[in-house]
Design a protein around this ligand. Structure first.
Ligand code: PMT
Length: 406
């Protein structure tokens, strides 16, 4: 298995064919083309005739910097046999938005437009994001066609529920661009170096109630843990994300378990690690909880109030098994020494040390600067980088440990 050097552009060097078909949601297809390009992909856009009633090839050309394909019979085309050439070169085919007509064409194996042709000619993963009126989506004919293409291995992404072009509420909206990007990344990464592996990641801080309206918490945003979940998903892992209350969306394809307290997180992690290949505890579980949380809101009396705190369980120290155990160390001083001491104290294979007082690192930032310290005494000091790239550097180390244990 060749490892790649991951960057902030997760689709770097990948080729995605984006099929856009007739729907009022075509304008969102323009955003999808742009975001795929920003993620590093070479994006070849194919438009049906109906799509061109809603959007022009020029918009896609401008955003992808590449020719746009609209006509099966174009004698000036830069490709000899467009549908075959595009289909063969693709790492993924995403059809977004996908109309009822296009899904019917796919189910029937028809080849009378460039999108349907490309679908028949590709062996790459195919993702279809339907967008249509709610009644149309619910129709037996559409559902039967969806079932047929799904049985043939197509991944159906959405549709989402919400306000439709008709003004009605219902199921039929094109899912958000972020979801589509996640789906493409997951599909392309499915055969990556974590294929067949299960990774458990914790993210965010926990909240320990003092009374029904107040709690003890910390400044963890969950960004580091979510970045690890995304990175592992992008390399083919099945990912379980155990998170405290965070404001971040769940990455596409990741199983999420929401918890509030450290005791809840301990229980969720204990169950999730059964049969897992790796655990990465990026969460910041509260180390203490109130000895007795009040049943009712504590009233202000003007005098000081003492809250007795008792220690919480150490989650990562309390789980063991064949999985690789990665802990984090959030330190404010003596980074290397304090982090290294936690390896033995918590039985870790690797610790990720971050100085949470340094600029642009630690809590809530999109970037982090860490030292990776192994139980074998090795250490690797990384420069400031995005949490997504930090996540890949951690996963590189974990992958090497898993390989050694085989
Ligand atoms: O979420 P972000 O805003 O992106 O911020 C990221 C982060 C700073 C929270 C993250 O990079 C980080 O350092 N996470 C660990 C925070 C922490 O609790 O550090 P610690 O040194 O107190 O704990 C050491 C290890 O034990 C950690 O892996 C922690 O998850 C784990 N732990 C801690 C307490 C506890 N009761 N049970 C645990 O398992």
């Amino acid at each position: 298995m060749t490892t790649r050097a991951w960057t902030d552009r997760p689709l770097e060097g990948r080729r995605v064919v984006l099929g856009v078909t007739g729907s009022i949601a075509c304008y969102k297809g323009v955003d999808v083309a742009s975001k795929l390009t920003q993620a590093g992909a070479l994006v070849d856009v194919v438009l049906t005739m109906s799509a061109q009633q809603f959007v022009t090839p020029l918009s896609f050309r401008g955003l992808t910097g590449r020719p746009v394909f609209t006509n099966m019979y174009d004698p000036q085309s830069p490709l000899a046999e467009e549908h075959v050439m595009l289909a063969r070169a693709a790492d993924a085919l995403l059809i977004a938005p996908a109309s009822a007509t296009t899904i019917a064409r796919m189910a029937q194996g028809m080849a009378d437009d460039m999108v349907a042709l490309t679908y028949l000619a590709t062996t790459a993963p195919v993702l279809v994001a339907p967008a249509m009126d709610g009644q149309m989506w619910a129709h037996d004919a559409v559902q039967a066609n969806v079932a047929t293409v799904r049985e043939r291995g197509v991944t159906i992404v959405g549709p989402a529920e919400g306000r439709l072009a008709s003004g009605h509420m219902g199921l039929g909206r094109l899912v958000e661009t972020e979801t589509l990007l996640g789906a493409v990344r997951a599909a392309i990464g499915a055969k990556g170096d974590y294929a067949g592996k299960r990774v458990v990641v914790s993210a965010g801080g926990t909240q320990e109630p003092i009374d029904p309206v107040r709690y003890i918490g910390n400044r963890s945003s969950g960004k580091m843990g979510v970045a690890i979940a995304e990175a592992a998903r992008d390399r083919g892992a099945r990912v379980t994300l155990v998170c405290g209350p965070i404001a971040l969306a769940t990455p596409y394809g990741v199983d999420r378990i929401d918890v509030k307290t450290t005791a809840d997180m301990a229980e969720a992690v204990r169950i999730a690690v059964e049969g897992a290949d790796a655990l990465s505890m990026a969460a910041a579980p509260a180390d203490f909880r109130s000895a007795a949380a009040a049943d009712q809101k504590i009233k202000r009396t003007g005098v000081s109030l003492a809250v007795e705190l008792v220690p919480n369980p150490d989650i990562i120290a309390s789980v063991s098994g064949a999985f690789v155990k990665v802990g984090f160390a959030a330190e404010t001083q003596h980074l290397r020494e304090h982090a290294a001491a936690k390896i033995a104290a918590k039985g870790l294979d690797l610790i990720v040390a971050n100085d949470v007082t340094a600029p642009a690192t630690g809590f809530a930032h999109d970037t982090n600067q860490v030292i990776l310290i192994g139980a074998d005494g090795t250490s690797e000091e990384l420069p400031l980088m995005s949490k997504y790239v930090v996540a890949h550097r951690i996963l590189d180390r974990v992958a090497a440990m898993l390989e050694q244990r085989r």
